[in-house]
Design a protein around this ligand. Sequence first.
Ligand SMILES: CC(C)(COP(=O)(O)OP(=O)(O)OC[C@H]1O[C@@H](n2cnc3c(N)ncnc32)[C@H](O)[C@@H]1OP(=O)(O)O)[C@@H](O)C(=O)NCCC(=O)NCCS
Length: 224
Amino acid sequence: MADYSIRLYRDSDYTAVRDLFAEGTIEHTRVAFKHAFTLRRVWIFLGVVFLLPLLLVESIAFSIGSLALALVGLWLGTRDLYASYVRHALSDDMLDIKKYYLQRDGHCFWVAESDGVVVGMVAAVPSSYPGGERHTELKRMSVARSHRGKGIAKALCRTLIDFSRERGCQAVVLETTLGHQAAHNLYKRMGFRWQHSTFLNHPLAKAVDFKFFFYKFDIPTRRQ
Ligand SMILES: CC(C)(COP(=O)(O)OP(=O)(O)OC[C@H]1O[C@@H](n2cnc3c(N)ncnc32)[C@H](O)[C@@H]1OP(=O)(O)O)[C@@H](O)C(=O)NCCC(=O)NCCS
């Protein structure tokens, strides 16, 4: 039997869900950073950073120092891609969760609780994408590391799909990023299909290939 239950968000969950969301998002920095090294333009940039001081100042120490600085800059920049996304969310829909999600039509917020502790979360909003008038958008999916691999995300997904179906919605849509490999697997497993990808609006996004992947799940008219 499952050792967790899914329920609606309560005010007492506020700090736990904000922390869970921030941790679940920032942890993808490492994957995005590693991905940057699969890109030729990043290697060219690092090569120039290394060679230029060597040619101009003829100092290997200076070259190594420049390279180290560039790597630190790349790490901090990649981290900021996620951190700026978190900052925005925490000061936007995640600022007054009850008001934003539980007091507006078509919105909702659930948590997974285990032994009195919040270990998972997901939110629903009416889709703002063009043509998505009868679509629900899935947001803020996150499960605590300690409770992953137990089917909690699938249960949260199903709760949101049931909610959308009951509201007469035709589809559930969502965006995720490259670093969220487990999330890609989760959504495909639940029957979502990849539609298209777009770059995040951030100066570094194109340079490091930071994209949002847009998925859609067409809700069957009857439960299967
Ligand atoms: C993605 C995430 C929500 C999955 O939560 P979870 O409760 O562990 O997932 P579940 O146990 O319900 O597993 C659902 C499916 O996800 C996939 N999955 C889960 N963990 C995975 C992993 N470590 N690697 C690859 N695939 C994984 C599997 O396809 C799995 O289905 P299966 O077990 O039937 O094959 C969780 O890893 C997480 O919170 N990550 C950080 C935040 C995040 O990425 N959120 C998504 C933002 S869009």
